[in-house]
Design a protein around this ligand. Structure first.
Ligand SMILES: Cc1cc2nc3c(=O)[nH]c(=O)nc-3n(C[C@H](O)[C@H](O)[C@H](O)COP(=O)(O)OP(=O)(O)OC[C@H]3O[C@@H](n4cnc5c(N)ncnc54)[C@H](O)[C@@H]3O)c2cc1C
Length: 369
């Protein structure tokens, strides 16, 4: 059954979740209007791991081909100590089980480029939705009548979620993240290895992107909201003497390109993702710490499930209930597991670090999921 003909969705937020939802809905015949508060479409950020289940969705939507051509080289990944000793290695052979590493801005551009080929999709920038009444106002002046569905893809600090749930659900995880991408490919270990290195209250991760440059991040336990300073100098002070190729990666990254942001997630559980014709998607529904590298993947999966349910149900409300039942348990598990991995990775007590390191094989299994 396809119940999509002539249906119309309003999507709030043109991040990875909102744009993928617009594409997926357009593919099942919906008309879509995307409302985005920034004056122009675009993303900053650094690397994103796109795991196979999300990559398949991007491939089906015509986006993957815009990001990668040819085969991806296998890399040796795993978990190390700051002195470089491998604690656990993850197979370098299985490209189909490992994520595709893309630059966030490139993925965003690819989604926009694919949307531009679709009829019936309109993206309005410079529109900040201050609450659900704004959407009712839009409906009133729309000659086509009210939208059938409102997709709230407005990110971790979602205005719509806060209005529906009447509380602010975001919480600080206790650590901040620095992120960067090298200006050029760095030869040697930086292009043949990847993974994480766990120290005491500090972690480093790096992995080559599909374009040959290397994405890296550093997390450190810090008070919430600490800003300013020289981020590049901070990371060199934290991990500049750790194993190769970490010093080379930092040296190959322009200081102005180092980003910093506190890591937050959403308190659990949200009681539901669906509220009448309104549905939460992506970080608005289930923002997670990035320890499993799956937040954007989950948003992409949300989009695919939402479109499939809307195409398969005659009643919008039934489709949204089915979406909620599918996506809420799966994403709740993700948020919990990611939080746990972060808590382990950020242990800053010496004896506890020793105990943790003794059991890292099991943790590596979780990371390589
Ligand atoms: C350090 C870090 C590393 C990460 N690494 C990975 C990774 O490797 N792999 C992975 O899968 N995920 C990763 N993630 C998670 C991923 O970035 C997010 O899950 C994903 O970007 C969420 O997309 P979204 O579209 O739901 O929200 P967002 O990207 O936040 O987009 C929300 C959009 O809504 C707009 N908006 C907000 N409010 C309004 C409003 N009131 N009116 C109109 N527009 C509005 C915003 O401007 C924005 O464009 C990482 C996250 C962090 C912090």
């Amino acid at each position: 059954m396809n119940s999509s003909a002539g249906r119309r969705a309003l999507v709030v937020g043109a991040g990875i979740g909102g744009l993928t939802a617009a594409l997926a809905l357009s593919r099942v015949g919906w008309q879509v209007t995307v409302l985005e508060r920034t004056p122009e479409l675009g993303e900053v950020g650094a690397g994103l791991s796109i795991w196979p289940q999300a990559w398949k969705i991007l491939a089906d939507l015509g986006v993957a081909d815009r990001l990668v051509d040819g085969t991806r080289p296998a890399i040796q990944a795993g978990l190390r100590r700051p002195d470089g000793r491998w604690l656990a290695k993850v197979g370098a052979d299985a490209a189909e089980r490992t994520p595709v590493m893309v630059h966030r801005a490139r993925l965003h551009e690819a989604l926009v480029a694919e949307l531009e080929t679709r009829d019936g999709v309109e993206v309005r920038t410079g529109v900040t939705v201050t609450g659900l009444s704004d959407l009712d106002d839009l409906d009133r002046v729309d000659p086509r009548g009210p939208a059938d569905v409102v997709v709230a893809a407005d990110g971790i600090r979602s205005t719509i979620r806060n209005e529906l749930h009447q509380r602010e659900d975001v919480r600080y995880a206790g650590y901040t993240a620095y992120r960067g991408v090298t200006a050029e490919p760095v030869p040697g270990e930086a292009s043949t290895t990847g993974g994480e290195t766990w120290g005491t209250g500090v972690r480093v991760g790096y992995v080559p992107l599909v374009d040959g440059r290397t994405y890296w991040f550093v997390t450190a336990n810090r008070p919430e909201g600490e800003t300013g300073g020289d981020h590049h100098a901070d990371v060199i002070a934290l991990v500049g003497d750790w194993h190769d190729p970490i010093p080379q990666l930092l040296a190959a990254t322009p200081p102005s390109a180092v980003l910093r942001g506190d890591i937050c997630d959403l308190r659990l559980p949200l009681k539901r993702f669906d509220h009448g014709r309104v549905v939460l998607l992506g970080d608005a529904a289930h923002a997670t710490t990035p320890n499993l590298g799956q937040g954007a993947c989950a948003a992409i999966e949300d989009a695919a499930v939402l479109a499939a349910q809307l195409a398969g149900h005659a009643r919008v409300e039934s489709a949204l209930v089915a979406y909620d039942r599918t996506r809420r348990p799966a994403t709740s598990r993700l948020v919990r597991a990611s939080r746990l991995v972060g808590a382990l990775g950020q242990i800053d007590n010496g004896p506890a670090v020793a105990v943790r390191d003794a059991g890292l094989g099991a943790i590596a299994g979780l990371l390589s999921r």
